[in-house]
Design a protein around this ligand. Sequence first.
Ligand SMILES: Cc1cc2nc3c(=O)[nH]c(=O)nc-3n(C[C@H](O)[C@H](O)[C@H](O)COP(=O)(O)OP(=O)(O)OC[C@H]3O[C@@H](n4cnc5c(N)ncnc54)[C@H](O)[C@@H]3O)c2cc1C
Length: 478
Amino acid sequence: METLIAALRSLLPHDSVITDPVRLRTYECDGLTYHRATPGVVVLPATAEQVARVVRLCNDFGVPFVARGSGTGLSGGALPREDGVLIVTSKMRAILEVDLDNRRAVVEPGVTNLAITEAVRDRGHYYAPDPSSQQICSIGGNVAENSGGAHCLKYGFTVNHVEACEIVTPDGDLVTLDRMDPGYDLLGAFVGSEGTLGIATKITVRLCRAPESVTTVLAAFGSIEQGGEAVSAIIGAGIVPAAIEMMDALAIEAAEAAVACAYPEGAGAVLIVELDGPAAEVERQFAQLREICSGAFELRVAADPAERAAIWKGRKSAFAAVGRISPAYIVQDGVVPRTSLPGVLAAIDRLSAEHRIKVANVFHAGDGNLHPLVLFDDAEPGAGERAEVVSGAILDLCIEHGGSITGEHGVGVDKSRYMPRMFSEDDLDTMQLVRCAFDPRGLANPGKVFPTPRLCGEVPGVRKGVHPLVESGKAEQF
Ligand SMILES: Cc1cc2nc3c(=O)[nH]c(=O)nc-3n(C[C@H](O)[C@H](O)[C@H](O)COP(=O)(O)OP(=O)(O)OC[C@H]3O[C@@H](n4cnc5c(N)ncnc54)[C@H](O)[C@@H]3O)c2cc1C
């Protein structure tokens, strides 16, 4: 590591190589704070060429590297390696090109999600995927996680809005993956690869035209079941709103405590439904929506952008708000088919009662993406363990109902152990072959996504006997 650090210092300006133990601790975790590791060294490259040179050095020294954007990830994807280099993109924040005629922007990876919209808003455009962390998360992180957001129901996830990516491959080459390339969709494979297939250094994103009309509605229901039924009825009626978000009573209580969002008192659930598009279409859909939500005891319609922001305020602050009502919590992320929502929510209630652990529910209801917030008091002996059990059991419920262990926060280090519950050995071996094609030496973000550090060159198939890595205690078998 000493020799590598000296080599890094010869490549980058002095203040772009961090070795001071106190400063290194700034980078010891992402948004999932219970996984921590102090990185061996942190570098802050300012150009793609610098990223490539750092990666080549890592290859020369056989040292692993991890990319980091803003560190808001919730699955430990940017958890550093004590024996590795953390490559942080915070000095790569330029919007390089805006081409409204072709509805594209070319940006560096450290640019925040919201900054793209802010750069084109006054010219009637925006960048559609909108994670709740959009003020701070980086577009490079969004690409790596294939991030979603409230408006992805209608407009699609990050993968639908990335046209091309310049990447530094795990062996240090600078290449461009383009949607238009014939042959295999390598860009599709890269988006969502959680930093395991290389580092994005330049991203071409699609820009959308701001809709002619937007109507934002807050509907308050007596119970979560009524809210769930309304969601199914809205989609069943052929309406695809820009967003349908739901929060249960506990999540509303937290949001109220944190940001005084003034949601209707006594609501068992609130639905936020946003309709957008040509004015005539929005008007027609709103009439349908009003009828479908006739069971709501209050229906609020935002009269202007300020009221629209007030409705969104509670939802956008929901994760952090839970800190107001619980000393500690786990943000879970799973997906179920929309029609399974009522059954899964009832089962979560039963789990909560059985383990004496409260669960607040916030979700992108339109696409069945649950975000149960599993609350516990870390000062209470055993509470953290019970919360972990509930959190894991929720993922099992998602799998049982034909859903997935992650909707948008990724697998990272947190959920790698759940991968074998969803995928067979053969599935995992096949994914590993893709990884090895990009990264035969396994240096790019190792230890993430996959449960065991399978090695490139191993023949996939049924393994006979105990794997030598398991035997030596270096790897776990789940
Ligand atoms: C309050 C809050 C709300 C959130 N809401 C949402 C939401 O609504 N929807 C959603 O999808 N997520 C949400 N997230 C999760 C998180 O913000 C996203 O996953 C986001 O995309 C992470 O971006 P980042 O820049 O912080 O990435 P980081 O946390 O720094 O890294 C995330 C992963 O990306 C990799 N990576 C980072 N940069 C690059 C790069 N240039 N090239 C290759 N790999 C890279 C890292 O190695 C890591 O695996 C939320 C998080 C918080 C804290």
